[in-house]
Design a protein. Sequence first.
Length: 562
Amino acid sequence: MPGYSPISRRIRHVHRYVELLEVLARYGFADLLQELKLDGLIEKGRGIISRRPRANFERLTRAERIRKAMEELGPTYIKMGQVLSTRPDLIPQEWADEFAKLQADVPSVPFDVIRKQLEVEFPAGVDTVFKSIKETPLAAASMAQVHRATLKDGTKVVIKVLRPGIRETTDADMDVLRAVAHFTEAHFSNLGYSPTEIVEEFAKELVKEMDLTHEGQVTERLRAYFEEDEGVVFPQVYWEATTHSVLAIDEIEGVLISRLKDGDISPEDRRKVVENGARAVLRQCLEIGFFHADPHPGNLFAMSEGRIGFIDCGMTGEIDARTTQQLADLVSGVVTGDLERVIGVVAVLANVEPEKLEERSFRADVQSIVSRFYNLPLDKLNLGGLLQEFFAKLRAHQIRCPADLMFLIKALTTIEAVARQLDPSFELVTFARPYVERLVQRRYSFGAVRTRLRRSLLGYTELLEDLPGEVRPLLSNLRRNKVTFNLEHRGLNRLTHTVEHASRNISFALIIAAMLVGSSILVNASRNPGLNGLTAIGIGGFVAAAVLARFMTINNRRYRGD
């Protein structure tokens, strides 16, 4: 929090550190806590981590134990696991798969507490906005609770209300997570990912998740895109009853797909639900460029006549036109076996250093993927699977997949899993062929090429028009000999420093050598009668040479330590 130093924040949240240590020790992570020196954060720490972990945890993997610890630590950690389950570029794939099992269902908050929260959000009076609110919640999750309500004009809605105190809880937890991430990064340099980066990515998502006006705006935007599509439904937002902590929307009438049982809807409607859901996600991802990033069964409703309804739009992804073009280049390069084009796409999408692109092992891994999909018809190409495998390979080379593409991959693979669950005979790959074809056509069709050429010619024309005005001042300065050039050589300061240090060493060495030679001559000359006083001067020269040599040795050690 602003105004508090890291140490003062740590003191303020010491109770949360105690709870964190207790839970992690209970799930068998005492050795990790000691390695990270987290046990030294509080006096009670060493006593906590000396406790034995719960029985039967030896048979669980580390990812499973972390998932269970997150569930016990509460809302912030549950939400972090859910967000990280969409980011296998930041954490190992097996961890992402395990975190996807995290359930946010928790005991509901008493309605009296919810009522007080509503009174804070609507200071003019809850009754001025709502005619009635059902006290029994429809659902209770880690961050919010959902109730049926009726607006003052009689409109039936559902309201999503953030749990009271959730922002304070998450603020405390984020301070703890940042401290733990810094400890981890300081003690482990070969993790293959950055703990502090993971925490900051999560913090961004958490801010959006807890701003319900943001979710309302996103829901309205997606609703507008599908206004003419009768098979896809996004709820309407009622802004007069929406704040940063309250969201009022239409109630989707249907069956939550996660609770759908055989016989709830006919096989024909089940098929239509799958087709409508697949079409909606493919349109969002490959045509619109703005998409619901987490279309899992708990966020989808099977509605009458095979329609599908989307809720919980807080997590979204967006890819710009340039990224879409790069995806088309990737697909084209893979199916045509063009290795150089694929590597070029990687360089742009992932911002890879040129040296990495020339590594033999990197090129071999890219070639192995290209070989697998070479000459594959588009109706057999699983775009989500291709992207997932592609960036999984790149991760081995410490190449990070952009967050927007990870969300896209998550959306495509999630809806594929939903389709398999509802209708195992449905082939999403074949269904997606027109969308993939249009993706490639928008990049390589005659009309697309003509449009790009026209834009390029227009740009060159504008450049030629502006060129005389840009060149005239330069020519004028040339005539008056007032042109100056500023050259910057990166790394030159270090080179200059090294040369100066070497020059000083040579100078010291020459002086020491001269003093040693001169002192030797003086001591030797002192043997002649009448020159006895020269011995003391010669010895003084030896001592001075020794002092200078010691000074030069210390200076060199300091230089190497820089």
